[in-house]
Design a protein around this ligand. Structure first.
Ligand code: PHE
Length: 342
C-alpha cells in the first residue's frame, strides 16, 4: 500500500505539471482526489491492514493529498501568470508607430461650380427645385411643343424605358418647365439642376449621362432683354469681370425666339485654339423666350404673362471655369485630380 501511495504521488505530480489549462487541472483533481478518485480507492483498502499500521498509512495518505493539493495550487498560479503574460504581449501598444492617415476625399469641381451657380441665381431671386430623372415623354417632349417625328424623339437619341415610348430617362431638364408652370403660383423664378441622359458615345466632350441646369422665369412684361441681362450677369459672376458673351440665334421648339449663349474662350481670349476648336468662343447654354404654346398648355395665359428659359450643360460650365480640357476626367473621380479645384 505504501508503494501504491508513493506511485500515485509521483505520477500525480508529474501529470499536474504537464496540465496546460485550468480545465485539465480540474479534471486531474477529480481523478486523483475526488470521491471516486485514485486516492480514495487506495484508502478503501485500509481496512485490510493490521490495526497498528493504519494510523501510519493514514498519515502517509494525508501527506500525499497535501502534496497533490499544494502542487495543484502552484500549477494554477503558474497558468494564471502565463495567461496574463500572453495577454499583455498580445495587447502591447507601440505608441511610436506612425498612425494610419485618414484618406480625405475632395469636393468635386462639378459641385463647386454648381454651388456657385446656385448662389448666383439665388442672388437674382431664383428658387431651386429638383426634378425627376425618369420622365414621361409627354413632359419631356409634347408639353414642350416637340411633337411626334421630331429627331430628338428617335430611339437612337433617347433611353426609353418601355416599348410604347411613354417613359424615358429625361433628355434635358426642360420637362421641369411645364411641371413648374402647372404647379406653382405666378410669378415663377426657378432653377432646376439635375442629371440628364442621351445616347451619346463617351469622348472628350460627350457622355451619355450629364448634368444640366434649367432656368425658368414667368412674369408680366418679361422680354428677351431680361434673358440677356440675367444670363450675361451670370457669366460675369461665374468667370470674372470682363467676361465677353455672345448670343446667337438658334431654334428650340419650346422657346421663340431662341438663342445660344457663348462665352469667349478662356485659353486664347477669342483668337481660336484647340480648346475652342479654333472658334474663339465656347457654347455655354441654350435659351429663349417661352413659346406661348407652352405657356398655354400649362394653363398660363400668354396674353397676360411671358417668360424666358435657359438650359445649360453643367459639365461644360465646370470645364470652362476650371480650364479642364477633357470631360472624362470629371467622371473618373481620381482624388489627385479633384483636389486641384476649389
Ligand atoms: N433643353 C435644351 C437643350 O437641352 C436647352 C434649352 C432650355 C433651350 C431652355 C431653351 C430653353 O438643349
Amino acid at each position: 500500500m505504501k508503494e501504491h501511495l508513493e506511485q500515485l504521488k509521483t505520477q500525480a505530480l508529474e501529470a499536474l505539471e504537464k496540465a496546460a489549462s485550468n480545465e485539465e487541472l480540474e479534471s486531474l483533481r477529480i481523478r486523483l482526489l475526488g470521491k471516486k478518485g485514485e486516492l480514495t480507492a487506495i484508502l478503501k483498502q485500509m481496512g485490510k491492514l493490521p490495526a497498528e499500521e493504519r494510523p501510519i498509512m493514514g498519515q502517509a495518505a494525508n501527506n500525499v493529498r497535501a502534496a497533490i493539493e499544494q502542487r495543484l495550487e502552484q500549477c494554477k498560479e503558474k497558468l494564471q501568470v502565463a495567461a496574463l503574460n500572453a495577454k499583455l504581449a498580445s495587447e502591447a501598444l507601440d505608441v511610436t508607430v506612425p498612425g494610419k492617415p485618414v484618406r480625405m476625399g475632395h469636393r468635386h469641381p462639378m459641385n463647386v461650380s454648381l454651388e456657385e451657380l446656385k448662389n448666383i441665381f439665388i442672388g437674382m431671386g431664383f428658387a431651386v427645385d429638383e426634378g425627376n430623372e425618369i420622365e414621361l415623354s409627354t413632359y419631356n417632349f409634347d408639353r414642350l411643343n416637340t411633337d411626334e417625328g421630331h429627331p430628338a424623339r428617335e430611339w437612337t437619341d433617347t433611353f426609353y424605358l418601355d416599348e410604347n415610348s411613354e417613359t424615358l430617362l429625361r433628355t434635358h431638364t426642360s420637362p421641369m418647365e411645364p411641371r413648374i408652370m402647372e404647379s406653382h403660383e405666378l410669378p415663377i423664378r426657378y432653377i432646376v439642376p439635375g442629371r440628364c441622359y442621351r445616347k451619346d458615345e463617351v469622348d472628350a466632350t460627350h457622355s451619355p449621362m450629364f448634368h444640366q441646369m434649367e432656368g425658368l422665369v414667368v412674369d408680366k412684361n418679361i422680354t428677351f432683354a431680361d434673358l440677356k441681362g440675367a444670363l450675361h450677369n451670370m457669366a460675369v459672376q461665374l468667370y470674372g469681370p470682363g467676361t465677353v458673351t455672345r448670343f446667337r440665334p438658334h431654334h428650340f421648339p419650346f422657346t421663340e425666339p431662341s438663342c445660344e449663349m457663348d462665352v469667349q474662350c478662356h485659353k486664347c481670349g477669342g483668337k481660336g485654339c484647340p480648346t475652342c476648336k479654333g472658334e474663339g468662343w465656347i457654347e455655354l447654354l441654350g435659351a429663349g423666350v417661352c413659346n406661348p404654346l407652352v405657356l398655354k398648355a400649362s394653363g398660363i395665359d400668354p396674353d397676360k404673362y411671358s417668360g424666358w428659359a435657359f438650359g445649360m450643360g453643367l459639365e461644360r460650365a465646370a470645364l470652362q471655369k476650371f480650364k479642364i480640357d477633357d470631360l472624362r476626367l470629371i467622371f473618373e473621380n481620381d482624388v489627385r485630380f479633384l483636389e486641384q479645384f476649389d
